[in-house]
Design a protein around this ligand. Structure first.
Ligand code: FES
Ligand SMILES: [Fe+2]
Length: 433
């Protein structure tokens, strides 16, 4: 349980909030490159950390991210015309370059002098992998560009999708590091595990261990940049199955791998305090994704979702009770009655309300990872606010990380057993069961 002021501290990310300041020290995903597909294409609205922004790609190929609203009388630049070197407001023709600097105010006699004093708030927008990233903090403190493995492997090896989640970012993050719900929420099915029904999860020995032990034991270990959260379940005689979920501050998590399937993970990015983007990626460190894998991802299998065409809202959403199938819930084919891993997660995380009241929860031993992550987040927020202490997780050394699934002898601590398997190493495959 959390005090109400601490719940506010961790969940509020708008401008000027302490957690908002922390988030503004990291590169965050804003758009998929597909959303600005070509030079001179239409602008795209992008709301992040409670700031309404507009993203542009000029005819010359320059990306820009700036305040959505025209400095003159507040028209949304979503309706703007993308023109040579920038975007022009359609109301009275003020024009801005990709950095939000006014470059033409036609009504003014002394046009250039007037322009010099008009600039929209703007942030860098940079392509790394299939993602356009932004950094919204003090330019002097801008960290190196992101080096996450999913965004830096060759494009044939990786796939990223996103969906809107109607909940605060922390609820989504806490789902991402909560390995104990896998047995329940994602369970069911004829083989005792709903995961077997998913083409991106099927066939791994880990599924059997997941289904066979409903009392996982948690061990949480400090790691540079965040935590390694180990969940231990029974395996063959004298052995344990360990699933190791890394969390890197503030909002990056990875799901432990299964068999030779691509590895997956998430960024949970605040849109505002009541909504977030669930960015979901899949990549294989050493081989291209197969056509079948890519098709399954596009169709919404694994950690991805089937969205309403032209939007990022899942087809199964709060308005239709996530298309819950009571019959399948009853027979146990889908333990929760909801289809698909991503929607199983979003249905329950959204059901808690946009910002869950953490003063009322009753945490247990399997919530160890969540408790530790909250403590670490709180420390990072307060250290930045009170002592201007540099945050962790925004440098390449902390981003070369992987999840791990491994069977170890019962007497071996997981940190020892996994060695450096949790580090991303080019050309080296994942450690998986
Ligand atoms: S409101 Fe944009 S030019 Fe007038
Ligand atoms: Fe889940």
């Amino acid at each position: 349980m959390l005090r109400p002021d601490i719940n506010d501290l961790l969940t509020q990310t708008g401008p000027g909030t302490p957690m908002g300041d922390l988030f503004r020290r990291y590169w965050q995903p804003v758009l998929h490159t597909d959303e600005l597909p070509e030079d001179g294409c239409p602008p795209v609205r992008a709301k992040i950390l409670s700031e309404r922004l507009i993203a542009v790609r000029t005819p010359e190929g320059e990306y820009g991210l700036m305040d959505e609203f025209c400095a003159h009388r507040g028209v949304s630049l979503f309706f703007g015309r993308v023109e040579e070197q920038g975007i022009r407001c359609p109301y009275h023709g003020w024009k801005y370059d990709a950095n939000g600097q006014a470059i033409d105010v036609p009504s003014e006699l002394n046009n250039s002098e007037f322009c010099a004093n008009v600039k929209l708030r703007s942030y860098p927008l940079v392509k790394v992998g299939d993602i356009l990233w932004t950094y919204m903090g003090d330019p002097e403190k801008q960290p190196p560009l992101p080096t996450w493995e999913f965004a830096t492997v060759p494009s044939g090896q990786t796939y990223t999708s996103k969906r809107i989640q109607e909940s605060n970012w922390l609820q989504a993050l806490e789902g991402g590091i909560d390995s104990s719900h896998v047995t329940w929420l994602h369970g069911g099915g004829p083989k005792g595990t709903g995961l077997e029904a998913d083409p991106l999860f099927a066939g791994s020995r880990g599924n059997k261990y997941n289904a066979g032990d409903v009392k996982p034991f948690f061990e949480v270990v400090e790691n540079e940049g965040g935590l390694l959260i180990g969940a231990r379940r029974n395996a063959e005689e004298g052995h344990y199955y360990w699933r190791v979920t890394p969390w890197v501050l503030p909002n990056f998590t990875m799901v432990p791998p299964r068999g030779d399937h691509p590895m997956h993970g998430h960024f949970w990015v605040p849109i505002d305090d009541e909504n977030c983007w669930a960015w979901s990626f899949d990549y294989h460190p050493t081989r291209d994704l197969t056509e079948a894998e890519r098709e399954a991802m596009i169709a919404g299998a694994g950690v991805h979702s089937k969205n309403i065409p032209g939007t990022y809202r899942p087809v199964a959403n709060s308005e239709n009770d996530y298309l819950i199938n009571r019959e399948k819930q009853k027979t146990g084919e889908w333990f929760s009655g909801v289809e698909g891993i991503a929607i199983q997660d979003s249905s329950l995380q959204e059901s808690m309300g946009p910002i869950v009241d953490r003063t009322k929860e009753r945490l247990v031993a399997t919530d160890a990872g969540i408790i530790k992550a909250r403590q670490k987040l709180r420390r990072a927020v307060e250290a930045l606010r009170d002592k201007a202490e540099e945050p962790v997780g925004n440098v390449p050394e902390h981003q070369r990380i992987r999840s791990v699934a491994i069977v170890l002898p019962a007497d071996q601590p997981f940190v020892e057993g996994i060695g450096d398997a949790f580090q991303a190493r080019e050309g080296v495959g994942q450690t998986t069961v």
